[in-house]
Design a binder for this molecule. Structure first.
Ligand SMILES: Nc1ncnc2c1ncn2[C@@H]1O[C@H](COP(=O)(O)OP(=O)(O)O)[C@@H](O)[C@H]1O
Ligand SMILES: [Mg+2]
Length: 351
């Protein structure tokens, strides 16, 4: 005699495609009927992708068929179209999508990798949250995802089976999401041309950010097609460009600024990271990457220099430990610099 519990147990071995979580815990199973040796399962699912129900159906049927003594197996899936909260319109180009419930989307960009873009994004997010705003942070860097590391979170976000939307992970009261979480294949091939637009739009619809004052987008480094597409796809309030004082980084910061101008996204300002080093033993300031670069470049681009962040051991350590320095030590000099940047952002884009 087959019981519904046995069937349910078999179904709990079936994973939702692309996720490590199973379809039972996702709440997909609506009904299990046993007629003698025959099994009929009713599921409900909201998706746009026809491959998802097909794969769930196939996997479920073979899982149930492995039960001893089972006769025929029927899996019926009721498919609903997912909710589409994103609406077209807003700044940043004709096709830019505004995300419902989010007041300001701010991109953090850099022409060059390794200048501290993710460090600035993370600490700015924390500073804005500490000032009382509701903040989300999205890691858009598929190849160097760093949010999981910087926020010490290995949790995988989960989809709500009713709405098919994915809830961000929360750390330090900040809603975190990484584009890398939602795809398994991060080969560059999927990120070419119109796929990027489609993927970015889909991603933004998938994530259930809730109500936010600020969503910070940590863009991938560089000013290529991917970056351009993201900034054209989302309606941005503005962009922050991170640079070091070195000429090579400044040249690339200029390119980033040009990219935003092209799509009519205002550059809110420059953040000069790794500006100087204050030696703890003698208190002397060392301008390791040169001096005044950020200030000159900001003047040239006619945008504010929002802040200068020193090279700071605690900042690097805190980032590696999974707690941005602004959260770990809100009274530190670096945290104060980030609070000052947050204040300027709030002035131009009020919560
Ligand atoms: N002001 C800083 N002081 C010390 N280390 C820093 C600072 N900014 C960034 N770092 C470190 O430099 C490395 C690169 O920073 P990251 O923010 O990941 O750069 P990006 O996102 O631009 O590639 C990280 O290990 C980070 O902890
Ligand atoms: Mg980064």
């Amino acid at each position: 005699m087959i019981t519904p519990e046995q069937v349910r147990e078999k179904l709990s071995t079936v994973k939702y495609p692309g996720f490590s979580r199973d379809i039972v815990s996702f709440g997909l199973i609506k009904d299990i009927r046993i007629n003698g040796v025959d099994v009929v399962v009713q599921m409900s699912l909201s998706t746009n992708d026809p491959k998802v129900p097909q794969s769930i159906k196939d996997d479920s049927e073979s899982a149930i068929a492995s039960l001893r003594g089972v006769g025929s197996v029927t899996v019926r899936i009721d498919i609903q179209a997912p909710a589409q909260p994103a609406v077209a319109g807003g700044g940043g180009g004709a096709g830019a999508v505004q995300i419902e419930g989010i007041k300001h989307v701010i991109a953090v960009a850099s022409g060059k990798g390794g200048v501290g873009k993710s460090t600035v994004s993370a600490n700015l997010a924390v500073a804005l949250e500490q000032s009382g705003a509701r903040v989300g942070l999205c890691d858009c860097d598929l190849y160097g995802p760093s949010m999981a590391l910087m926020f010490g979170s290995n949790e995988r976000p989960m989809a709500d089976p009713e709405t098919n939307r994915i809830a961000p992970v929360e750390r330090y009261n900040i809603r975190l999401m990484s584009m890398g979480f939602l795809i398994e294949d991060t080969s560059p091939a999927i990120l070419r041309g119109p796929m990027v637009t489609k993927y970015t739009q889909q991603f933004l619809r998938w994530v259930d950010w809730g109500d936010l004052d600020y969503l910070i987008l940590d863009l991938p480094p560089g000013t290529g097609d991917i970056q351009l597409t993201i900034v054209q796809t989302v309606a941005l309030a503005g962009a922050i460009i991170v640079t070091t004082p070195q000429e090579v980084a400044l040249i690339d910061a200029r390119k980033a600024s040009t990219m935003f101008q092209k799509v009519n996204v205002p550059v809110l300002g420059l953040v000069e990271n790794m500006s100087y080093f204050l030696c703890p033993s003698d208190g002397k300031r060392y301008d390791i990457f040169g001096q005044g670069g950020g200030e000159r470049e900001a003047a040239r681009l006619k945008v504010p220099l929002l802040g200068q962040i020193p090279i700071d051991i605690a900042t690097r350590e805190a980032g590696d430990r999974g707690m941005p320095v602004t959260a770990a030590d809100p009274a530190s000099g670096v945290a104060r610099a980030f609070h000052d940047i947050a204040r300027q952002i709030r002035e131009t884009s009020p919560a």
